[in-house]
Ligand binder design. Sequence first.
Ligand code: AMP
Length: 427
Amino acid sequence: MTDNFTTLGLAEPILRAIAHEGYTTPTPIQTRAIPHLLAGRDLLGIAQTGTGKTAAFALPILHRLAKSGGRALPGHCRVLVLAPTRELATQIADSFKAYGRHVGISVAVVIGGASYGPQTKALARGVDVLVATPGRLLDHIEARVVRLDKTEVVVLDEADHMLDLGFLVPIRRILKHLPAQRQSLFFSATMPKEIRALADQMLRDPVEVAIVPLATTVASVTQQVFLIEADKKRQLLVELLGQPNFTRTLVFTRTKRGADRVVAHLEAAGLAAAAIHGNKSQGQREKALAGFKSGRTRVLVATDIAARGIDVDNVTHVVNFELPHVPETYVHRIGRTARAGAAGIAISFCDGEEQTLLRDIERLTRQTLPSVDRRTSGWKTPSAGAKPANHRSGRGAPGRGSNRWSNQRSNQRSGPRTVNAGRYAAA
Ligand code: AMP
C-alpha cells in the first residue's frame, strides 16, 4: 500500500501545499482513489465526511489543472463541484484554495442565500473550480450567466444528502448541460436505490472505492478499561507491570510532569522505566528509546506529542494512564501495539473525572469498552441531561443510557474484547 503522497504521483506544487497542511500520510480513500483519478477514470466513492474524501478528489483535480495549464473561458468553469449545503460548498472551496495555493487557479462559490452580484461577476470572468449548491447554480444557468459545456470534471458530493434535501431533480437538469466527454466523480455515504440510479446515469465505467470509518486496519487490539480512583492508578500500574507478559509496555500520560511522576513511582517500586517527553533533551530521548527498543527498559512513559515519532515493533501493551482529551488520540495510542499483525493489548485507566472522555472514545470508536471496576468508593453518575460530545463519527455509538457509572453497579464483564484499531478501512 502506498503510504506517502509523493508516490501517488501528484505534482510538486500540490505536494508542497499538502506538506503545508501537515498531512504526511494519505488516508485510505486517498490512497485508493487518487491513482485512478490521475489516470482519468470516473469514480464512485462510498465514504462519509471525515475520511479525507475532499482531498481525495481535490488533489488529483488540481494536479490535472496544474499539468494542463490554460484558464477557464469567460462564462465557463473547468471543474464543477456540487454540494448539498452552503457550509459544505464553502469548506470544499476553502480546501481547493488551500491545496491549490501554489497552482494559481481561480475558485468561486455559488450558493443560495448570498447575493447574486459577486457570483455573476465571477462566473462572467470564468472560473477554474466552481463549487455550487444545485438550486443557485441552476438559476445562473437559466439566466445564461454560466455554461457548463466546457466542464472537464464534475464532482457530486454527499449524493445521499442531496436526495434528502430534494435536489435530485435540479441535479438531473444540471447534468444535461454537461458535455458527454468529461470525468465524473460521485460520493455518497450510503447507496439507496435512487442514488445508485443517479450514479449509473452520471458515471462511465467507474472505479468503486468504499471506505468505512473505524473498522479494521492491520491491527487487532484487545481493549480493556479499569474504572479506578485517580490516586490508585500508580498502584494498579505497578501491579500490572509486575506480570511477566508485559514485556514491552508504552504508558501514556497527558502531561510531561505526569510522565515523570509515573517513572519515579515505578522506579521506587523496582521497575525499570524511562520517560520521553518535550522537556527531555534529544540525547535523553534517544537513550530512553534505545533502552526500550533493546528490551533493557520494559516500560516507556510518554506524552502524546513525544510518542509521535516513536516507531517500535512488538509493543505488547499500551496503557492509557490518563485518557486523552481528543478521542482520536486514543485510536492513535492503541495503534502503537499490535503492529505488523502481532496481537496487542490496550488498557485504559479511567477515574471519575475522565468518564466523559471515555464516553467520547466509545462514541468515536462505536463500541462499549469492557471494564473492570476497581473502585473502592463510588463516584458520581454524570447528570442525565448532560450534552453528549458532538462527534461527527459518533452516530450509533453507545449513548448515555448505560448506568455503568452508578455507584451501585459493579460492571465486571466477562473479559476483554478484541476490536480493530485504526480510523478508516477499505470495505
Ligand atoms: P474530509 O473527509 O474531506 O471532510 O476530511 C476530514 C479532515 O481530514 C479534514 O479536516 C482534512 O483537513 C483532514 N485530512 C484530509 N486528508 C488528510 C491526510 N492525508 N492527513 C491528515 N489529515 C487529513
